[in-house]
Design a protein around this ligand. Structure first.
Ligand code: NI
Length: 432
């Protein structure tokens, strides 16, 4: 029996709070889970700084990755198995891509990507194709297998049904994280009837479509996605924590370039500060190391680094106001001037943050990562794009919401002592 089809003597299961159990029967999947690059995902939280707002949100990318694998496995083994539009040869590549799709996420990934201009998808590919344990396992299947898995994740794989399973408007990735994030944050939105959705998914030509009778389950999914974005993912307070995290890293980087002498040499960060990160250093850095350095930095002499790192650890976050970049631009200039007079560094203590999301996208290639739209399969065999059949989805389709905020340390501005009048003036401009 070849390695690609080799089964474990006994099925292994992982207990999972969202899917109850994650089932592993394939030797390849079992071996991939055991690699150091995959085990590293236990030390990367799925939701970054969100745990500072929803304290339950400590779950890891490891559990999410297993969940995406399990959903993909169930669709293939329980639903597609008897459908002649599905090519059974694609099973293993689909399962591997599902399991490994987030492999390149770094610690607090969005903040890190922002500060150091990194791209986690590129690192996912580097880990799959480079000199790693994951690559060695995949190569045992066949020489070209790592490339195939990487192509699925990059969405360039020949069979677009496989891509669609892992990366489309309704894919195993989103179905897992919406439910998992809802479970661990404890919010009531984010729930939808996945069992029903799995049962109405069909491989059809070059995509995965939904039987028309399943439309209402899909509407629920679209709504839960919409609410999770605004209630959890873009929560203004967890964004405040992210702002502080980013600014702490920026400060450390700036000090490094100014040849500041750190009490604890920031060795794990050096290649990030210098903008040339090699794969080995990337894999080594996880959230435990980052947080250990935040502790060290609270003992540094630099007042800004000391303050920001201790703010993050002790959750002394910035306050925020709404901001309209079109109208309020002069306000920022005025604030920057006042900050300078008051001896506050506006680069670190007056932060503009914006975010936007398209809740559901249709026929707009290039936008929203070019994800494939949802098509309903009618009993006549015709396809219809979801927002044309569903009034609910149509109502929230394609509407982009922008959200801009200014973050600042209100506690500092309220302090007594020197420059008190200036600080009060700043608060007035901020309408506090
Ligand atoms: Ni994911």
């Amino acid at each position: 029996m070849s390695y690609a089809t080799k089964k474990l003597a006994e099925e292994k299961v992982f207990k999972d709070p969202v899917h109850r159990y994650v089932h592993v029967r394939d030797q390849v999947i079992w071996d991939l889970i055991a690699t150091r690059e995959f085990q590293r995902l236990r030390r990367i939280k799925q939701l970054g700084t969100t745990y500072l707002v929803f304290h339950g949100a400590e779950h890891s990318r490891f559990s999410h990755s297993l969940g995406v694998y399990e959903i993909t496995r169930r669709v293939i083994d329980d639903v597609f198995v008897s459908d002649d539009q599905w090519d059974k040869q694609e099973r293993l590549v689909a399962l591997c891509a599902a399991l490994l799709h987030d492999l390149g996420h770094g610690p607090f990934s969005h903040s890190f990507e922002h500060v150091f201009h990194l791209d986690h998808e590129a690192y996912t590919r580097f880990i799959i194709l480079g000199d790693t344990e994951v690559n060695a396992v995949l190569r045992k299947v066949s020489e070209d297998f790592p490339q195939k898995v990487s192509d699925v994740i990059e969405k360039t794989y020949e069979n677009q049904q496989v891509v669609s399973l892992i990366s489309s408007q309704i894919d195993a990735d989103r179905m897992d994280y919406l439910q998992r994030d809802a479970y661990f944050t404890g919010v009531s939105y984010g729930q939808f009837d996945m069992e029903r959705i799995l049962r109405v998914m069909r491989p059809h030509e070059d995509q995965i479509v939904i039987k028309e009778t399943g439309m209402h389950a899909i509407e629920d999914y679209i709504m839960s996605r919409y609410q999770m974005y605004w209630q959890v993912y873009f929560h203004p307070v967890s964004r405040s924590a992210e702002v502080i995290l980013r600014k702490t890293l920026e400060r450390a980087q700036q000090l490094y370039h100014e040849k500041y002498t750190f009490k604890y040499p920031p060795n794990p960060f050096v290649s990030f500060f210098e903008g040339k990160v090699d794969l080995e250093q990337y894999i080594e850095l996880d959230e435990n190391i980052v947080l250990a350095y935040f502790h060290f930095w609270t003992e540094e002499d630099d007042a800004i680094l000391k303050d920001l790192s201790s703010r993050f650890l002790n959750r002394r976050l910035f306050q925020y106001i709404e901001y309209d970049p079109g109208k309020d631009f002069t306000k920022i200039l005025e604030l920057e001037k006042l900050y300078e007079q008051a001896g506050l560094d506006s680069k670190y203590y007056l932060v503009h943050d914006s975010t936007s999301d398209l809740p559901y996208d249709f026929y707009r290639p290039g936008e929203e990562e070019g994800r494939i739209p949802i098509h309903l399969l009618k009993s006549s065999g015709e396809l219809s794009e979801l927002s044309r059949s569903s009034a609910i989805v149509e109502a929230i389709s394609g509407k982009r919401r922008y959200d801009h905020k200014i973050y600042f340390p209100e506690d500092v501005l309220l302090e007594n002592g020197k420059k008190r009048t200036l600080r009060k003036q700043i608060l007035e401009v901020l309408n506090r």
